[in-house]
Design a protein around this ligand. Structure first.
Ligand SMILES: NC(=O)c1ccc[n+]([C@@H]2O[C@H](COP(=O)([O-])OP(=O)(O)OC[C@H]3O[C@@H](n4cnc5c(N)ncnc54)[C@H](O)[C@@H]3O)[C@@H](O)[C@H]2O)c1
Length: 251
């Protein structure tokens, strides 16, 4: 079950963290994976590691916020079966610590990024009448997260984008789903923790927001992405799949 043999998958932000884990798992399950990242070194390292493990991977350097660059990459790539919009950025702060520029920076990557990729890659999927688009939203796309105003706003938008696309295009054979992780131990979260005056205390507090008492591992999120990419989830579209250790249940 959950094999991806013969499928072409594209993963943005696959040079690190969750995207890297998704790229590895998809390749291990038989997919040909395109690793897209604005960080050339990180993306190339992911590709080398996949190839060393016997998988198929290619790299393209790309800033997802740039629609012209996205379209140029799309012209060079084949039609993909699976598109994972994973690249994302964060910002710590409530209203008073969030400048308009911070909001714009997060919007450019977290919202316009998936929008740009969908604009360029979904037409090919629609032309073939099949495909799976997986957007990395967040628990912050379902509930508000304290001191994360710009992040909460943009991740709610990712959930809205996913639902809107699912409503308009699921009838044509292309599925759109959002994954909403709680905290996952990746460089993204480690960078946020390092910003706190007492990082160890911050780590404990961030772990405890999950009812399970720990953060998720990137591989655990990748397993959810594999389910959504595989044909076994053919009836799943427009969903927001929580992998939050029960965080959203209540506190
Ligand atoms: N780590 C968490 O706790 C967590 C929780 C919920 C949701 N998420 C979401 O999951 C996704 C991945 O998070 P992560 O923790 O693995 O992050 P990460 O920082 O470890 O990796 C993100 C990758 O995206 C790339 N990237 C950033 N901006 C880009 C751009 N404009 N164009 C192309 N590539 C770009 C980076 O170079 C990096 O390789 C993000 O969308 C994030 O919001 C993360």
């Amino acid at each position: 079950m959950f094999r991806l043999d013969g499928k072409i998958a594209l993963v943005t932000g696959a040079g690190s963290g969750i995207g890297q884990a998704i790229a590895h798992l998809f390749a291990a399950q038989g997919a040909r994976v395109w690793v897209l990242d604005r960080d050339l070194q990180a993306g190339a390292a992911t590709v080398s590691a996949i190839r060393a493990a016997g998988g198929h991977a290619e790299f393209a350097e790309l800033d997802v916020s740039d629609p012209v660059a996205v379209e140029a990459v799309a012209k060079k790539l084949p039609v993909v079966d699976v598109l994972v919009n994973n690249a994302g950025v964060g910002h710590v702060g409530g209203l008073l610590e969030t400048a308009a520029d911070d909001l714009d920076r997060l919007h450019a990557v977290n919202v316009r990024g998936p929008f740009n990729l969908c604009r360029s890659f979904v037409p090919g999927m629609l032309g073939r009448g099949r495909g799976s688009v997986i957007n990395l939203a967040s628990i912050a796309g379902v509930i508000a997260v304290r001191d994360r105003l710009a992040y909460t706003v943009t991740k709610h938008a990712v959930v809205g984008l996913t639902k809107s696309l699912a409503l308009d295009y699921s009838h044509a054979g292309v599925r759109f789903n959002a994954i909403c992780p709680g905290r996952v131990e990746t460089p993204f979260v480690k960078a946020r923790i390092a910003e706190y005056p007492d990082p160890e205390k911050a780590y404990r507090e961030m772990s405890s927001t999950q009812l399970t008492g720990r953060m998720a591992r990137p591989e655990e999120v990748a397993a959810t992405a594999l389910y959504l990419a595989a044909d076994e989830s053919a009836m799943v579209t427009g969903s927001t799949l929580l992998i939050d250790g029960g965080w959203s249940t209540g506190k």
